[in-house]
Design a protein around this ligand. Structure first.
Ligand code: MSP
Length: 670
């Protein structure tokens, strides 16, 4: 097993941590946790970028010495990652002596390779980016292309790195390593940039002093990006020769696999400058640079002036760290830009997590095993499995293998798609096997099989979701009677073999994993986070939105006077008694249930109803309801719905209209 080393960018300490930083850190944590579960030697590094003009200026603005300032800014980052259950092995700060010493060693290697020379430098500098821009890259009015703020003309004596020497070497390296940069589209941008020609890079400054002194010429401090990029190596004890630094020997290529997680804005530094520095130092480049997109917040660019700067800690406190981690990894395709939306977070919380996963656990552990099987995992031999059971077992094994491939390929969002396919399969299986009926009918033999199959799927899920939601998964495991997961090097815990849940294990039904929040609680939480009222409205669930629309319509009609209809209009609507004979969830549609409804016709009708938030499938079977029988059929999620059920609703409550006596299906209602 090749050692695995994953890193986040080191964050500038001129600001507090926000949800964009959290996105990188959580992604790296998920990858690290996954690889540890596989038993791979794993190291996860994060840290802080504490030098440079930007930090020096901020410190002065605050009336502090730079060191005092960075010492004050560092703890909030540590606390944020702790609040998010991040499991980094090391946290590096570029002002630490261990780092400064080793960056100087790296400099000497570049110098020894003949790649550093002294010259004069004059160009446009953006302090926000800590980078020089040639005139042609500037935005209108001599502004930085990223920050759109005026750039500064900087002229000074400077050491240069012979980047131009590495043009061909880099292109050859890219050619030989087609996965070096992901996503692929971004790799093409990098190649085009290098093909466009590389200028030597100014790598020292004399006009300020907050940086690592250049060895032998302390008037100069090192360019902050050379200083910062080196952290990935210095934290391992490098640069070093074989045998000098065990961590470096283990985790850096050729021995280790290195994945740098970065935002798209800093890809060029990682994919062009960094491998060139390493080549010059006689070291291997990293294995892969993964550039993720940028997050907006509720559709807007995050900024303090807009009041939507989102620090991660209050969010973790309000929703739970695991829910926040899950949402970040679930809702945003890794590699693309995405939007952090409070509304979508709550929808996923109540939908996939509450109704999907939480309900699956609750239904099985409390309602079935607790009630009908003495609270113990039954003993079930393979020969008792029916084809339907074998299908679910096969899908669990197949989906576990697929999710592992996707996590190996740094596609956390796709892995979650796969994992939730298994949740949906298991819920569908419960709907079809109807274990509560088996329990009531006293068919213990069959019930044991159904329960065992679902409990095993839950065990699979408790591992597959652990990299994303470690705390919730350990709680889930406790309810299954299993110990928390403790990854160990050399032991692969990823689920693959069936039947590892020991018979006789006592389950421990507990509180719901993702308890439902009523509207008041949702409002309170959002208010505590300072979510504005208009967003708050959007944040309530769809049903409530509909209820509000209805209310508005009612208000409008009473203002205008009621528009009456004649009896003939009403008589056009055919209302009939329908008997619900089957019910199941519609995959990937949180609100929809698919029903088979007997209307006294030769075949039952299929009706898709948006009531999944109010009824579980098992509550519906056997109900006599009122159906609009002559409504034009409509496709919903690819399913042809042949009618509509009548329901009463008020605010976020909804009740189906039921027929209280046993009139035959198809009887007319008027
Ligand atoms: N210090 C440098 C990185 C040096 S790595 C050797 C830096 N720091 S930063 O604090 O400005 O940004 C750190 C990371 O946060 C970058 O990857 C950046 O893309 C990311 N993000 C900053 N704002 C973001 C969003 N709104 N959304 C997602 N990521 C964002 O650059």
């Amino acid at each position: 097993m090749r050692p695995f080393y994953v890193t986040t960018p080191i964050y500038y300490v001129n600001d507090r941590p926000h949800i964009g930083h959290a996105y990188s850190t959580v992604a790296a944590d998920v990858l690290a946790r996954f690889q540890r579960l596989r038993g791979r030697p794993t190291r996860f590094l994060t840290g802080l970028d504490e030098h440079g003009l930007k930090i020096e200026r901020r410190a002065r603005e605050e009336g502090m010495e730079p060191q005092q300032f960075v010492d004050r800014m560092a703890p909030p980052f540590r606390r944020a990652w702790e609040a998010l259950n991040c499991s980094h092995d090391d946290f590096i700060r570029t002002t630490e002596a261990r780092h400064e010493r080793r960056v100087q060693a790296l400099w000497k290697r570049l110098e020894a390779a003949g790649d550093i020379y002294l010259g004069d430098y004059e160009d446009w500098y953006c302090v926000g980016c800590e980078t020089f821009y040639p005139e042609r890259e500037l935005a209108d009015g001599r502004r930085c292309p990223v920050h759109k703020k005026p750039v500064e003309r900087v002229k000074e004596r400077s050491y240069f790195f012979r980047l131009s020497r590495y043009e061909k070497k880099l292109l050859d390296f890219y050619e030989a390593h087609p996965d070096f940069v992901q996503p692929e589209g971004r790799f093409n941008e990098v190649k085009a940039f290098v093909r466009g020609g590389l200028r030597d890079l100014s790598i020292s400054r004399t006009s300020f002093h907050w940086g690592v002194p250049v060895p032998g010429d302390p008037e100069h401090v090192m360019y902050v990006w050379l200083d910062a990029l080196s952290n990935y190596v210095t934290a391992l004890g490098g640069p070093s020769d074989p045998g000098e630094a065990p961590l470096f020997d283990t985790f850096w290529p050729p021995s280790g696999q290195v994945v740098h997680i970065v935002g798209k804005d800093i890809l060029r530094f990682h994919a062009v400058y960094w491998p060139a520095f390493l080549m010059s130092a006689g070291l291997e480049p990293p294995t892969q640079v993964w550039a993720h997109g940028w997050l907006t917040v509720d559709g807007e660019k995050m900024s303090k002036s807009l009041g939507n700067f989102l620090p991660p800690e209050p969010l973790a406190e309000a929703f739970g760290a695991d829910v926040l981690r899950y949402y970040l990894m679930r809702d945003i395709v890794f590699g693309q830009d995405g939007d952090f939306s409070h509304r979508k977070l709550l929808a996923r919380y109540h939908g996939e997590l509450g109704n999907g996963l939480g309900n699956l656990l609750h239904r099985m552990v409390r309602s079935i095993v607790g009630r009908y099987l003495d609270g113990r995992v039954p003993h079930v031999t393979d020969d008792r499995l029916e084809p339907m059971d074998r299908d679910l077992v096969a899908s669990a094994r197949r989906l576990a293998a697929t999710a592992a491939e996707q996590l190996d390929a740094v596609a956390p969002q796709r892995a979650l798609d796969t994992i939730f396919e298994l949740v949906a399969n298991a819920n569908r299986y419960i709907d079809r096997t109807e274990p509560w009926k088996l329990g009531k009918a006293g068919d213990r033999k069959r019930l044991e099989v159904v329960a065992y199959v679902v409990l095993e799927v839950l065990r699979f899920l408790s591992v597959m979701l652990w990299p994303f939601m470690p705390e919730r998964c350990d709680v889930l495991r406790a309810q299954l009677g299993l110990p928390p997961l403790t990854p160990r090097q050399g032991v692969d815990l990823w689920p693959s073999s069936w039947g590892a849940l020991p018979a006789g294990t006592e389950v421990a039904p507990g509180a719901p994993l993702f308890p439902r929040w009523d509207e008041r609680k949702q409002r309170e939480v959002l208010a505590s986070l300072g979510v504005r009222d208009d967003e708050d409205k959007m944040t309530t669930n769809e049903g409530t939105k509909d209820a509000r629309k209805n209310e508005q319509a009612r208000e409008a009609s009473s203002a205008e006077g009621i528009a009456h209809i004649v009896y003939d209009d009403f008589a056009k609507v055919q209302l009939r008694v329908g008997l619900i004979t089957e019910a199941s969830k519609v995959p990937k549609a949180d609100r929809l249930l698919q029903l088979a409804v007997d209307l006294g016709e030769p075949e039952a009708r299929t009706i898709v109803a948006g009531i999944a938030e109010h009824y579980t499938p098992e509550q519906l079977v056997g109900k006599r309801v009122v159906v609009v029988a002559n409504l034009e059929p409509r496709k919903l999620r690819g399913i042809l719905s042949q009618g509509m059920l009548l329901a009463a609703s008020h605010e976020d409550r909804l009740c189906l209209l039921e027929v209280p006596c046993d009139l035959p299906p198809g009887a007319s209602v008027s």
